[in-house]
Design a protein around this ligand. Sequence first.
Ligand SMILES: O=C(O)c1cc(C(=O)O)oc(=O)c1
Length: 309
Amino acid sequence: MSEFTKTPGWLDWYAGPSKPRFQVPAGAVDAHCHVFGPGAEFPYAPERKYTPCDASKHQLYALRDHLGFARNVVVQATCHGADNRAMVDALVHSGGKARGVATVKRSVSDEELQAMHDAGVRGVRFNFVKRLVDFTPKDELMEIAARIHQLGWHVVIYFEAVDLPELWDFFTALPTTVVVDHMGRPDVSKPVDGPEFELFLKFMRQHPNVWSKVSCPERLSVTGPKALNGEQNAYTDVIPFARRVVEEFPDRVLWGTDWPHPNLKDHMPDDGLLVDFIPHIATTPELQKKLLVDNPMRLYWPEEVTVED
Ligand SMILES: O=C(O)c1cc(C(=O)O)oc(=O)c1
């Protein structure tokens, strides 16, 4: 038994998800998901802002198989702080089918970085969402970015759309590939061609090293409908935003389930129905293959990608 008590109101991940109607292409990668603990084996960090339910690597890999994915990218969840043991353990037990994104502090040693590299870590995550993490000075983050750049890793950034103007100079100074979580969390009640989302598109347009995950419609949607009870047209208000990014930057987009969906307050989606959301935002087989196979393979398993002339 874990000694941890879940945050009040915590929603557990959806047990018994439906089988997706949309069949993902062969070799598809769920490029954004997490493990939580289990807390008894990998304790949650003292500085965490929430205490989740457990969500183990075995449960994650069972979901991968059920949904038809071939691989995962396991992103360090903030409830584990900079203690990457649960994430690294998941990579090590994936049979080479998972790579990871870590959270590190300035004090991390070169040996620790190399050990994480050997386990399959290929990026670090910088989080600017105030409800999730305490502030880290930008000079510390820039120092980390310079170090992990030498390992060929990239930086994943998580921020809210309203904070992009203030973070712009820092983001555009990063020396690595930069991957934005969940499209920079647009307010989808605002127009897709309005100034806020236009700034995000400009960020990607002007900086070819910037990629975006077109994930988390369940987090961004205001009007729904929710991916529950067989709903095949879920989260319609998010579709124009995600489709816009996929169509303008087809070679720089990634998709992930975000399982086990930390901090959802309203509902917990059926992950099978989340997969059925994909063809609404990547509308052709070509776009789907780039989103789900070619792009994540290029970023996370480049040694397996053969370059075509
Ligand atoms: O919006 C969130 O609450 C959230 C949290 C985390 C995390 O705690 O790592 O990761 C995500 O991708 C999203």
